[in-house]
Design a protein around this ligand. Sequence first.
Ligand code: HEC
Ligand code: HEC
Length: 349
Amino acid sequence: MRKLSPHIFFALLVSIVWAACQHDIINPNSNVSKDTVVVVLPPTNGGATGTGTGTCDTTSFLYNSTIQTILSTSCSGCHGTAPGSANIYLGDYASAKAYVLANTTTFLNAINYSTAIAASKRMPPAGKLASCQITQVQKWITNAYPQGVATGTGGTTPAPVVSDTVCFNSEVLPLYVSYCASAGCHSVASHRESVITTDYGYIMNGIRAKNPNSSKYYTIIGNGMPPRSSPQMTATNTATILKWINQGALNTACTNTCDTTKFGYANAVQTIIADNCGGCHGTSPGSANVYLGTYASAKAYISANTTLFNNAISHAASLTAAQRMPPAAKMIDCKIVQIQKWIANGYPQ
Ligand code: HEC
Ligand code: HEC
């Protein structure tokens, strides 16, 4: 027999592979030996009923840079103007967050094409989102719906704000609430010796701007207050208060002054808990028997009470006012995000 030309040989090989491949698709249980033919099928990307496998960056899950695009591309045709199909309106940040927060399970079942729900409720109806988009949406949810910073063209992860101004609301107030305003001490209800330290107005009763030496609520720290048996502020804490007084003791409110890419215990969470909770939960047994003073105790308490803990630090409306933590002043959202990322990622040290 004449030698096969390379062209004919190649065409023959392709048709054998194709035939074997078709055969497997039509009858996957066929017992034809597969030993000699290796068939590599192309990936299935989307399609009416396919499961998408497109790639995307699952470290991006802020609303402004990622989630907004997913919702407007795949959902807005039906849920993008109020009231929306089935009265579900997802057309802006506030409405999407409100709906998903109140209907998390329904929403997750819908985008995951859960077999627990009717086919008509699987969203979007024309074909499932790519799995990496679903991951992004799920991260947005488990990270408490971070919005990010709008930057006009596409959006990027916001860089941490670096500023030398001490923020009263996120750096100073938490220290006074935690170390001075526990029940029985200087809360509004107990106000021992008429001292209350739960908000700016009360705290300024004992502070003189730019004059730390005549600021009684500064000089007394470490000199009798907090009482020796109670948890004490660190040198870093008192340095923060001193700097704030020297900068004019202003009622500065900062909303986003931390780096949410940091969420380990040592590089973020330990300090957040110490500053915001330490005065009441920093030594065993702690207020309400909640002790968060060490890595092991914080992890153990939170893993056994995750929902309650998340509700407490988010100041959830479902809790009584007394259960919202820290009392008097919610932490800034980006610190809540850091703690929630620590939890979602399995409590990294
Ligand atoms: C082509 C129109 C259309 C698109 C696109 C669409 N939806 Fe829907 N959606 C509907 C309709 C219609 C219903 C009511 C379905 C029913 O009750 O059977 C619905 C219901 C829902 C529900 C409630 C499901 C339930 O169990 O009650 C959720 C959640 C939802 N959509 C989310 C989304 C999300 C998220 C997207 C985008 C990823 C999306 N939808 C895209 C039309 C759409
Ligand atoms: C000023 C003191 C004080 C500070 C600061 C404080 N807590 Fe509490 N915490 C309490 C008291 C008092 C209770 C009991 C509240 C109740 O059930 O009425 C409590 C209860 C709790 C509970 C249990 C809630 C429940 O319903 O059982 C959790 C969780 C908690 N705190 C976490 C924290 C975290 C986290 C922080 C810091 C972000 C913090 N707390 C800061 C005093 C404080």
